[in-house]
Ligand binder design. Structure first.
Ligand code: C5P
Length: 239
């Protein structure tokens, strides 16, 4: 199994969805050296701030950080936020909403440090056809997702966060070098939880994903490091 050509390791970013710094540090210590990638999002960031992020990453070996903060504001404000994040935390990946528009994405990219890849969120996977129409978008969810991904690409972003079921379409539309970071991943037999459209890690990488976001199947396991290792062994064909 090979990653897409934009794919660089790590294959997996483990989502640490907790507001608790001690718990995040304990998980990072166990999982970071195994997956090589960790994701911290709004729940943790708003509870613990940049200081908490730095403490977690100090415990995570050389793991790369995906800071999932989904910025969406006027261009000048988003650019400032991106600049502050890069200066303080230097994440490997950071994201903004594509629906913030072309100018916002260009400003964000211009403010982003070269060491940080900037991704776009297209349409949140929690929204269905009815809710996007209610929110003022035209019907046609898949077309909207593809249109926003292309807008992100045209305006210099490095890739998108997308659902597993959008991988094939976006890989075809956006080409081999556009990064596809994919949550909603469940190993064979794992509980889906609140994720509605899931794929196994192997299926998602075969379809063309570069990186996978896996949270509860790892963090909720009795032995998180072993759970992460199982998924990686399966991906690498060494299980
Ligand atoms: O525990 P689980 O594997 O479902 O975690 C998935 C992670 O990816 C969570 O942090 C969730 O917020 C995030 N995410 C997602 N769907 C998106 C974007 C991010 O599930 N479209």
């Amino acid at each position: 199994m090979s990653l897409g050509s934009a794919g660089t390791k790590p294959e997996i970013f483990c989502a640490l969805d907790t507001p608790d710094v001690a718990q995040a540090i304990a998980l990072a210590r166990q999982i970071g050296p195994v997956t090589g990638g960790l994701k911290l999002g709004l729940e943790f960031f708003n509870a613990q701030g940049p200081e908490g992020v730095l403490r977690v990453m100090e415990s995570a070996g050389d793991a790369a950080l995906f800071l999932d903060l989904k910025f969406h504001d006027i261009p000048n404000t988003v650019a400032g936020a991106v600049r502050s994040i890069c200066a303080r935390m230097s994440p490997a990946y950071l994201n903004v909403h594509a629906s913030g528009g072309a100018e916002m994405m260009r400003a964000a990219k211009a403010a982003c440090a070269p060491a940080t890849k900037l991704l776009a969120v297209t349409i949140l996977t929690s929204l269905d056809e009815a809710s996007i129409v209610q929110a003022g978008f035209r019907a046609g969810l898949s077309e909207r997702v593809e249109g926003l991904a292309l807008l992100a690409k045209e305006n210099g972003l490095d890739g998108v966060v997308c659902s597993a079921h959008e991988i094939v379409r976006l890989r075809a539309a956006c080409g081999p070098d556009f990064i596809l970071m994919v949550p909603g991943i469940r190993p064979e037999g794992a509980a889906a939880g609140d994720q509605k459209r899931v794929m196994t890690p192997r299926q998602a990488l075969s379809a063309g994903a570069n990186h996978l976001v896996v949270g509860r199947p790892i963090t909720g396991a009795a032995d998180p490091a072993a759970a992460a290792l199982d998924i990686l062994s399966d991906l690498r064909g060494t299980a």
